[in-house]
Ligand binder design. Structure first.
Ligand code: AMP
Length: 284
């Protein structure tokens, strides 16, 4: 695996591939890699001739500075995992490489209601930061395919919107990869590294709650379902719930009651200890 720390070096390789019409798959990450990230790399290997992964803990997408400061960094193991998965290039830029004009001089995107709801509502400015880093990375990597995890459901929608705003929809195909889970159902996440063993066990209540919604949404009122799940989370070590909701899977607008024609997704964001976890599940 080639490791590029500068965009100049990365461009030299990318330009060579572009001349040869080699298809490029791209997997952007913030590191502290786990099997979820590796599933994206493997999907990229299946679809593209060259796979580029990036590791960059993007300062502009953290609404909470302590979350940024405590973000786990495990670069040596990350490199080993990527090499083992057959990743071709790892882009490992500094903040200066990504934000030439500095992190306070960033672009604003019209994300419409997408940044007012769910993650957008609870993490002000988060998706603006995501769009800034993803636009910059995409300009550097110039991929044919961009691989994203469904674990970050709303982020997939935001990046889809970014692609439309940039008019890149004919150049870059988005590929959404299903969430990879631990055996007990807990969605893999870099933030899980900050949980105690006890918290990790308790955190499975998120997956159990999503399953509970999936099994019962046809028979119970959505209000009751959500209230039961809230209580279950609070009884299992979660102390703050940002949201538990059932939404239209295409628009993320809240759905109040069952309608067989609406594709739905249940989404949860809640705090256990100091760690905020998110997860989601498609219902139908
Ligand atoms: P992150 O490093 O958290 O920014 O994630 C980088 C990419 O990996 C994003 O597209 C995530 O949605 C994806 N990802 C994170 N966790 C998982 C998981 N458990 N399963 C599948 N994809 C994931």
């Amino acid at each position: 695996m080639i490791i590029c720390k500068t965009k100049t070096l990365l461009s030299a390789f990318i330009n060579k591939y572009l001349k040869q019409h080699t298809t490029i798959g791209f997997v952007p990450t913030m590191g502290a890699l786990h099997e979820g990230h590796i599933a994206l790399v493997k999907e990229s290997k299946r679809k593209s001739e060259i796979t580029v992964a990036s590791i960059f803990v993007n300062p502009t997408q953290f609404n909470d500075i302590s979350d940024f400061e405590k973000y786990p960094i495990t670069i040596e193991t990350d490199i080993e995992l990527l090499e083992k998965a057959g990743c071709d290039i790892l882009f490992l830029p500094s903040v200066q490489e990504i934000y030439e004009k500095g992190i306070h001089n960033v672009k604003h995107y019209d994300l419409d209601y997408l940044e007012e709801i769910l993650e957008g509502k609870y993490r002000k400015g988060h998706f603006q930061g995501v769009c800034n880093v993803v636009e910059n990375l995409l300009k550097m990597v110039q991929p044919n395919y961009l691989f994203l995890g469904q674990k970050d459901y709303q982020q997939c929608m935001v990046i889809n919107r970014l692609i439309q705003l940039m008019n890149w929809q004919d150049i870059i195909s988005l590929i959404y990869v299903p969430t990879v889970r631990e055996n007990n159902g807990l969605a893999m996440s870099s933030r899980n590294k900050r949980l105690t063993e006890n918290e990790k066990d308790n955190a499975t209540i998120i997956f159990k709650s999503l399953n509970y919604i999936k099994e019962n949404y046809m028979h119970q009122s959505f209000h009751n379902l959500i209230e039961t799940c809230k209580q279950n989370l609070l009884n299992n070590g979660f102390h703050k719930i940002d949201y538990i909701c059932i939404c239209n899977a295409n628009s993320l607008q809240i759905v109040d009651s069952y309608n067989e024609n609406t594709k739905m997704v249940a989404l949860i964001a809640a705090f256990i200890g100091e760690v905020r976890l998110i997860d989601n599940m498609l219902l139908n």
